[in-house]
Design a protein around this ligand. Structure first.
Ligand code: SF4
Length: 211
């Protein structure tokens, strides 16, 4: 994970304030290790945890460490077959906590995600009692339009390739709004705010990871 250089203290405070105005708790961490310690202390051992598919979370080794200490963890990437994947996605929707990455966040606090089947964004929106969204500094984008552009043209082609899919953007390295049967972009979701106070927590990390 590379160190980030994009945000000065003033920008950090602006972003955290813009999240607070949307009823979302923002946290700033210098590195992923510190953020992980915070996650492990926030979540009780008795709590169930759903995990969104994310390179960032994989690199943090979060599922493994939560399971090892006794949490009930629903992580579809640990399934052995398609039926298990489906069940884990469904069970993750009613957990105490849902921990996930995100595709982008704008400086005014819009959280932007593109999903294939929609389970990740569904859990972010409603179901789990609490949601933690972990975002590396490379995904903090100036405006909402630029964040959507990033999600379509950078994150989605790379995620398609990572999932072993082959829509046109994998070769073109840009989105052409395809109708490919292997299209990964079925749900573009912009989180504007939260109804329940304290439910959503966004962890911004001063390191780069994921795409
Ligand atoms: S809509 Fe199609 S071309 Fe565009 S990013 Fe998604 S999968 Fe790729």
């Amino acid at each position: 994970m590379k160190r980030g250089t994009l945000m000065n203290q003033e920008n950090v405070e602006v972003l955290l304030k813009n999240l607070a105005d949307r009823n979302i708790e923002g946290y700033w961490f210098e590195d992923f290790a510190t953020a992980k310690s915070k996650i492990m202390s926030m979540i009780s051992i008795k709590d169930s945890v759903g995990i969104g598919n994310s390179i960032t979370l994989k690199n943090m080794n979060l599922s493994y460490e939560l399971s090892e200490r006794g949490n009930l963890v629903y992580d579809k990437t640990l399934a052995n077959n398609k039926e298990e994947v489906r069940e884990l996605k469904r069970k993750a929707l009613l957990t105490d906590w849902y921990v996930t990455g995100s595709n982008a966040i704008s400086m005014d606090g819009h959280i932007v995600n593109m999903d294939h089947s929609g389970n990740r964004v569904a859990a972010m929106l409603y179901g789990p009692k609490y949601v933690i969204i972990v975002i590396g500094i490379n995904k903090v984008i100036q405006t909402l339009d630029e964040a959507i552009y990033r999600v379509r043209n950078i994150a989605s082609p790379k995620n398609a390739k990572r999932a072993g899919m082959n829509p046109p953007c994998v070769d073109l390295e840009k989105c052409i709004d395809c109708r490919s049967p292997e299209r990964v972009c079925n749900n573009l979701v912009i989180i504007e705010g939260q109804y329940e106070k304290k439910r959503m927590k966004v962890f911004i990390i001063n390191e780069k990871d994921g795409f």
